[in-house]
Design a protein around this ligand. Structure first.
Ligand SMILES: [Zn+2]
Length: 295
């Protein structure tokens, strides 16, 4: 009887224990499943975020490439960026100085502009401040057997109007309409007010043996001598062949402009046209002023 009692209580204990274990395992299993499913959801979320990030990166890369291409184009179009490679101008540049007067289609002279002129030996009119340098240049060339001839110098507004009218008429006779004739003229002759010849600081110089203003002029001994030595007298070749995009004027091997010996030498050394030189000078001045403010 007693043995049976013990047997029964032993059985109850086993049943109780097994039940407890089942509950415990059940709880553990559900805990694991909660853990894993939330872990899985987390991983899925992370995966999605990663995918979105990768897509965003691809878009950014594409945009960046586009920007780089645009920057390349802008750099090719904007010559000023190359100016960063040119060193500091080693002398004071007063941008208001008469020597640096910039005249072109976007910077025309005022209607009442009147230079103080002097006549050269062959009767050409130039700004009186450049006459001595100009004649010294012609004399030095003569010592080397070269005959430099000034064929055009100061021009007033009426003369420029006349030149334009004559050119337009010539093209009209060739069968162009007025618009075509005007545009063709504008390629070769600056608009009145926009010609450097109004300043008295520019001259067209040719060899006496070849007086036409054409491509062959560049091959004359006189043109070669000028391109090598003019800067020593303060003159620059104003419309070089490789600067047409900037000057907006076709190459003219005969058109020289006085800017002073310092600027002329600097521009020749660094292959700068007047527009570039003035841009560089203005930029360096701005930098200097900014440095002074922050100093
Ligand atoms: Zn000229």
């Amino acid at each position: 009887m007693l043995e049976k009692k013990e047997e029964r209580s032993g059985k109850r204990l086993i049943i109780g224990l097994s039940g407890g274990l089942i509950v415990l395992f059940g709880a553990l299993a559900s805990l694991f499943s909660v853990y894993y499913s939330s872990r899985e959801a987390q991983l899925t979320r992370l995966g999605e975020q990663l995918k979105t990030a990768r897509e965003e990166i691809d878009v950014l890369k594409e945009e960046n490439e586009e920007l780089l291409v645009q920057a390349d184009i802008a750099e090719a179009m904007n010559p000023a960026d190359e100016l960063d490679l040119v060193g500091e101008i080693p002398f004071e540049v007063d941008l208001e100085d008469w020597k640096y007067l910039l005249v072109n289609e976007v910077n025309p002279l005022p209607g009442d502009f009147e230079p103080k002129l002097a006549k050269t030996r062959n009767g050409q009119q130039v700004d009186r401040r450049i006459k001595a340098s100009l004649e010294r240049m012609i004399d030095d060339a003569a010592k080397e057997g070269l005959d430099l001839l000034i064929c055009s110098s100061y021009r007033d507004y009426e003369k420029q109007d006349r030149l334009m009218d004559e050119s337009i008429e010539k093209y009209l006779r060739q069968g162009m309409d007025y618009r075509e004739a005007f545009l063709e003229t504008k390629e070769q002759i600056a608009l009145t007010g926009a010609s450097e010849h109004h300043t008295g600081l520019a001259v067209d110089i040719v060899g006496r043996n070849h007086q036409s203003l054409d491509r062959a002029q560049a091959d004359t001994e006189e043109a070669k001598w000028l391109s090598e030595h003019a800067h020593e007298y303060g003159f620059i070749l104003r419309y070089p062949e490789d600067k047409e995009e900037i000057t907006m004027i076709s190459f003219e091997s005969w058109h020289y402009r006085y800017v002073g010996a310092e600027a002329a030498a600097f521009m020749k050394e660094h292959n700068l046209c007047l527009e570039e030189f003035l841009t560089l000078a203005a930029r360096q001045q701005e930098q200097k002023e900014a440095e002074e403010v922050f100093a």
